[in-house]
Design a protein around this ligand. Structure first.
Ligand code: NOJ
Length: 507
């Protein structure tokens, strides 16, 4: 089990999608100097940590998740010196920085893959997964016919992202290597070398892309867990404070692998989608959702990870529709009352704090496809360029709605969504019961019923959170007596929870 860095106890993350956050040189694409200029803003929200999506040199066929050079900042974002300054500036503000580690695949034009494509044997021949013949497909989708080498290369995600070789747990073909074969172990060492590079520069840890995908044909992730335990042992030896969050979605497994945190996600078990993104999500005015679809999975995950690791519920991320899709400000305040009072560490996706919208009809950019609508540039202020760029053409179009939300319009409005986010995060920081490991006990969570109520305990306090996103008042068979610390909508009274309300009560 990994020892948890103390700061995770009260961590609140902000996800920065670098190309869309703040452009400082007018080229229409965000960059690191822009990110530095906005650190104070992130901190003012109450976020004390950031996750930065890949900022490495890349052909950007998958928005940077196709890495061409693991040790070089993409020129469009700046230089390695800028990255170093970003770490320093964040640390000077008491903030921590996780960067994205993409260990499962590279870009097709990464020098390792170029070497691996050669017919002559070399250091990188087995860095990727290759079948023995161009006529034999790999068990995974594959790239074929582009190399002097005879064989097909397995891909991990898009067709231009060849899978790095960490071996196969179950081997049915001669070219499938064992997870502890020399070539598979060398791949691990190469990634450890990348981690050292960024940790030495100042990174506090990593969000690991597709962490569950490394060892192939691995029923129950047995070998994948062992692999991550080996990474954890390396970190414990050399960088014991390095914080790790996995894109895995099965916390019992990832935390056994030595991760400190795992996300609830829009794929895998349907628990997360049932909150916000299924056909009838719990958080919707229609009030036809089912909180037990979330809670059954969540409670089991919490039991199996208690005291060992954190479950992180993101507001959205760069891969799914934005939280604001189909919701107005009041709905969103209720969602945030939930997100910021749950155990674990919350992740706020840039722009969700002002209710940035999912743009349904934008053309795909950089391999975004349907995800592009959640990746449009940050709206800092109204007017051409939205304070994001001084250039004429942002690389993804802005929200063209006349009422597109902006930071400038919300910052001085006490009733704004952004100020609700600030209030909730201030409350979270001020009350130990709301921190990562504070107790969590459902008080009312019935199948296909509203509200959802739970108690958070710790630091000598007991806080009741009552959430009713439905457009109707509902009966409450529990006591709502106590001091109201925060609410949206009317306060609960006489056994009734008002329509579209959220309330945090100190009892
Ligand atoms: C998950 C990332 O979040 C996503 O954006 C990316 O396309 C895939 N992994 C492939 O790296």
């Amino acid at each position: 089990m990994a020892k948890l860095p103390a700061w995770l106890e009260d961590a609140v993350f902000y996800e920065i999608y670098p190309q869309s956050f703040q452009d400082s040189n007018g080229d229409g694409i965000g960059d690191i100097p822009g990110m530095i200029a906005r650190l104070d803003y992130i901190k003012s929200l109450g976020c004390n940590a950031v996750w930065v999506n890949p900022w490495y040199d890349s052909p950007f066929g998958d928005a940077g998740y196709d890495v061409r050079d693991y040790k070089m900042i993409a020129p469009r974002y700046g230089t390695n010196e800028d990255a170093k300054r970003f770490f320093e500036e964040a640390h000077a503000r008491g903030m921590h920085v996780l960067i994205d580690l993409v260990p499962g695949h590279t870009a097709i034009d990464h020098p390792w893959f170029k070497a691996s494509m050669q017919a002559e044997k070399n250091e990188f021949t087995d860095r990727y997964i290759w079948s023995d013949s161009i006529w034999e497909s790999t068990d995974l989708p594959c790239i074929r016919g582009i190399s002097p080498r005879d064989g097909c290369a397995a891909v991990n995600f898009f067709s231009h992202q060849p899978a790095l070789n960490y071996g196969y747990a179950e081997r049915t073909r001669p070219w499938m290597m064992a997870p502890d074969s020399p070539a598979a172990l060398q791949t691990r060492e190469a990634i450890k070398d990348v981690m050292r590079f960024w940790l030495d520069m100042g990174a506090d840890g990593f969000r690991v892309d597709m962490a569950a995908s490394l060892v192939k044909a691995d029923e129950g992730w047995k070998e994948t867990i062992k692999l991550w335990q080996d990474f954890r042992a390396f970190l414990d030896r050399e960088y014991p404070d390095c914080a790790m969050v996995s894109e895995w979605g099965v916390p019992a497994k990832s935390i056994e692998g030595g991760f400190h945190m795992d996300f609830m996600l829009h794929f895998g078990p349907p628990a997360y989608t049932s909150l916000f993104r299924s056909e009838q999500p719990f958080f919707s005015r229609a009030g036809k959702g089912d909180i037990t679809a979330f809670l059954d999975t969540y409670a089991a995950d919490l039991r199996s990870t208690e005291g060992k690791g954190l479950i992180c519920i993101p507001s959205s991320n760069h891969d799914m529709s934005r939280l604001a899709f189909g919701r107005d400000e009041r709905d969103l305040k209720i969602c945030f009352a939930f997100l910021f009072t749950m155990p674990g560490a919350p992740f706020l996706y840039y722009g969700d704090e002002i209710g940035m919208r999912y743009l349904e009809h934008v053309t795909s950019v950089e391999g975004g496809y349907g995800r592009t609508g959640s990746r449009s540039p940050m709206q800092w202020e109204s007017g051409k360029g939205f304070g994001f760029t001084t250039g004429d053409t942002p690389y993804i179009p802005f929200d063209d709605g006349a009422d597109a939300p902006t930071v400038a319009a919300q910052v001085h409005d006490p009733a704004s969504l952004m100020n609700a986010v600030k209030e909730l995060l201030a409350l979270r920081h001020a009350h130990g019961a709301l921190h990562a490991f504070g107790g969590f006990t459902p008080v009312y969570a019935e199948k296909e019923r509203y509200p959802f109520a739970y108690r958070r305990t710790g630091a000598g306090e007991s806080l009741l959170v009552v959430l009713n996103p439905a457009d109707r008042a509902v009966k409450a068979p529990f006591s709502v007596e106590g001091e109201v610390l925060w609410r949206v909508g009317d306060a609960p009274a006489k056994g009734e929870i008002p329509a579209r309300s959220a309330c945090i009560i100190k009892q």
